[in-house]
Design a protein around this ligand. Structure first.
Ligand code: IYR
Length: 223
């Protein structure tokens, strides 16, 4: 398909003072985001989730092929199936499979094999990466930079959810093959992240360790 160009009419340039103000305001808002592991069962309107997914779908991707598939789980029975499977994997992880060095790195978070949030939170969003797409006529279309692209979409999703006033948890039971089975997803889809979404529980606590963010000097150099 030959390239066709259109003008970028949606770009907005701000005066520098306003750019500075906007950058600071966004930093102020995003630095309040915390990964939450204690969720309320309060319902969340579906349309808010849909709008956040549309925001996620604007992420840049290799050749704009958008190699992501989101599966939103509201059904309590399916959540229970996922919890049972995830906790089985996690029990293995915490009681032998994980090397001590990994367990030591996780210790400040206080996590364990119990994943009650998988049945408490109103939404689980399973995010799959597609190595290729299948066209309606059966032809396969290869995707590029799949993991990077889906990572960018998940980052956008988490940011959109936070901006809307929702909490999330990037949960990664490993391996996640059970999600293909339970959610009946095809072989070209690989589960990357199981996002838990909802309001935090009333007295939700977070590990103090999670608030320690590296300084600018530690994360960036200017050359
Ligand atoms: N998947 C396990 C272990 C775990 C691993 C990492 I890396 C974390 O940042 C957090 C947890 C679990 O969910 O408990």
């Amino acid at each position: 398909m030959a390239a066709e160009f259109v003008s970028h009419t949606q770009y907005i340039e701000y005066p520098q003072s306003e750019m500075r103000q906007r950058a600071s305001a966004f930093y102020e808002e995003i630095q309040r985001r915390r990964t939450v592991r204690e969720f309320s069962d309060r319902p969340v309107p579906r349309d808010i989730i849909e709008t956040c997914l549309l925001a996620a779908g604007t992420a840049p991707s290799g050749a704009n092929l958008q190699p992501w598939q989101f599966v939103v789980i509201e059904d309590p029975a399916v959540k229970q199936q996922i919890r049972t499977a995830a906790e089985a994997e996690e029990r293995e992880f915490y009681s032998g499979k994980a090397p001590q060095e990994w367990l030591d790195a996780l210790a400040p978070l206080g996590t364990d094999a119990n994943k009650g949030f998988l049945t408490t939170a109103p939404y689980l969003i399973a995010i799959f990466a597609k190595s290729f797409d299948v066209l309606p006529d059966g032809r396969k279309v290869k995707n590029y930079y799949v993991t990077e692209s889906v990572g960018l979409a998940v980052g956008t999703l988490i940011t959109a959810l936070h901006h809307s006033g929702l909490a999330s948890l990037t949960h990664t039971p490993s391996p996640m093959g059970f999600l293909n089975k339970i959610l009946d997803r095809p072989k070209n889809e690989r589960a990357l992240i199981l996002l838990v979404v909802g309001y935090p529980a009333k007295d939700a606590q977070i590990p103090a360790h999670a608030k320690k963010k590296k300084s600018l000097d530690e994360i960036a150099v200017f050359i």
